[in-house]
Design a protein around this ligand. Structure first.
Ligand code: GUN
Ligand code: FE
Length: 435
């Protein structure tokens, strides 16, 4: 079918700068053309080369004062927590009991779930996030509501029903058998439909019995290409609790490992307090971590060690972890990731930050054959960053002498105002109102 053409400055990641050096980690076309067909990237390159070959009937959409980048990828977020973002909590376990569980109870009502799913997806798209790995609640209808809303926009999304059979209020508990059966029904209904994928989602080891973790592994064995999504080693008290609950296991990760939950499509949020052995095991099994800096700072969980994970060869994506995290914006989340690096004594290069929010996220989700940059055949999910988004950004970027300076200033100063438009499968799914 027909070709779409988008003209503007194009920037995308080709690799992690840690592996190839800054110069080869990305590609930039100051005056570029992005060609899209059937929702996929056909080609990206200099406008001067591509325009002459373009059939005359193709209308070119022009984006002046903008930077077109691949859509952002959020590797860990809770849609039911949208309405409690910024809740005043002491630490993780207090925050969960006081704010999170009562809010999640409301998702027994599918109409409520549908309403929140709409607010959530609009907010993601307003912030340029086109793919996310998403927690539901224990209620299967929370996942039906979310996938329905994502399907209506043809988004690539991964989600799952929470499995939780202990150590939470009764009104939020399932059982190993009901959690298995409800997950199975959701997988049959949604997994592989359009661009939707299912993630088996035990909340975290403290709220699942060993029997439930076994049922989670059973689902992973029964269906190909399922994800496993959970939390790992976020908080010191949580790690202590694991030792008491699973005295026979050698570490937090060993609990998941023992139950057969590690692998290339397993994504663990946080991973702050891991020992070397756990990092090695993550790398060996190809399991990924989601780095959630705004959440880790806000809940006071600790400072993620990106350099250490890199040394161990663990894949890492970026997560907002809303509502523990405080922003839907991957730009703000990158800025906080940079600051966490600073406190760990390491600067994170702007092109590395770009990689983290795009291609790195795609790799962490095992979707880099479909997402993460502008190579031909990938999904045409992209954002139009506004270089004049605010008076300060406009003024700051006028002083910029390089692409990396511009990118870094956009990251440190940018938020939803910097997203002029968002495209999914070549369709405009968000356009900022004129200011
Ligand atoms: N650990 C278990 N559940 C949660 C949650 O909802 N948010 C965060 N940040 N950590 C968790
Ligand atoms: Fe979380």
């Amino acid at each position: 079918s027909s070709i779409q053409a988008f003209r503007g400055a194009l920037l995308h990641s080709l690799a992690d700068p840690a592996d190839v050096g800054d110069a080869h980690s990305h590609e930039y076309f100051a005056d570029g053309l992005l060609l899209v067909q059937d929702g996929k990237i056909l080609q990206a390159g200099p406008a001067a080369d591509l325009l002459p070959q373009l059939p005359a009937e193709v209308a070119v959409q022009h984006f002046p004062d903008a930077l077109l980048c691949p859509g952002f990828i959020d590797t860990h977020i809770h849609y039911p927590q949208t309405g409690m973002i910024g809740a005043y909590g002491e630490d993780l376990l207090h925050w969960l009991n006081t704010y999170t569980f009562p809010v999640e109870a409301q998702f027994a009502d599918e109409a409520h779930a549908a309403e929140v799913a709409e607010v959530f997806l609009k907010e993601l798209l307003r912030n340029g996030t086109t793919t996310a790995l998403v927690f539901g609640t224990v209620h299967p209808q929370s996942v039906d509501a979310f996938f329905s809303a994502a399907q209506a926009r043809d988004l690539r999304m991964i989600a799952g029903k929470v499995l939780m059979d202990r150590n939470a209020p009764d009104y939020l508990l399932d059982t190993p058998e009901s959690g298995y059966a409800e997950s199975k029904a959701l997988i049959e209904r949604w997994h592989g439909k359009g661009r939707l994928h299912y993630a088996v989602t035990p909340r975290f080891a403290p709220t699942s019995s060993p029997q439930q973790l076994d049922q989670a592994a059973r689902l992973l064995r029964e269906y190909p290409d399922l994800y496993l999504h959970t939390h790992l080693s976020e908080n010191v008290k949580e790690v202590e609790w694991i030792k008491a609950l699973f005295p026979e296991r050698t570490s937090y990760l060993d609990v998941y490992d023992h139950h057969g939950l590690l692998g290339a499509r397993s994504v663990f949020a946080h991973g702050i307090h891991l020992c070397d052995g756990e990092c090695q095991r993550l790398a060996q099994t190809g399991s990924a971590l989601s780095f959630c800096p705004t959440s880790n700072l806000f809940i006071g969980s600790g400072l993620f060690d990106l350099a250490k994970m890199e040394q161990h060869g663990v894949r890492v994506g970026l997560g907002t972890d809303v509502g523990g995290g405080t922003s839907f914006s991957q730009l703000q989340t990158l800025a906080e990731a940079y600051k966490v690096g600073q406190l760990r004594g390491r600067q994170t290069h702007p092109f590395k930050l770009l990689h983290l929010a795009t291609l790195g996220g795609a790799k962490a989700l095992y979707l880099d054959d479909q997402l993460g940059n502008f190579l031909p055949g990938k999904d045409a999910d992209f954002v139009v960053l506004d270089l004049k988004a605010t008076p300060l950004i406009d003024y700051r970027l006028q002083q910029s002498n390089s692409l990396e300076e511009t990118l870094f200033a956009l990251i440190t100063l940018g938020d939803d105002r910097a997203i002029r438009a968002t495209y999914a499968a070549g369709r405009c799914v968000h356009q900022r109102e004129a200011s």
